[in-house]
Design a protein. Sequence first.
Length: 101
Amino acid sequence: MQMYKPAHPGEILKELYFEPLQLSITDAAKALGVTRHALSELVNGRSGVSTTMALRLAKAFGTTPDLWLNMQQNYNLWKTRKKISLLNVKTLYSTEPSFGS
């Protein structure tokens, strides 16, 4: 189980792309074909990466859509694990070997 908090994709976008390229949200939004508001929400962690945004980011920054979607999925899974309890969920099947049976 992942114990550390993964970075939100917006944080990665800001630190690894916007800051080094001295790219403003306004300029990046224009290049991506999205509204400034939508991109600001993503960069500030208030929204997530959609499949459409992943395609746009991949093209703009020479990455893959999978990179952005995997980051978002890891972030979402970490957040959800902190919120819910699985104590009442029973194991129906396990791939773990059963010793002593």
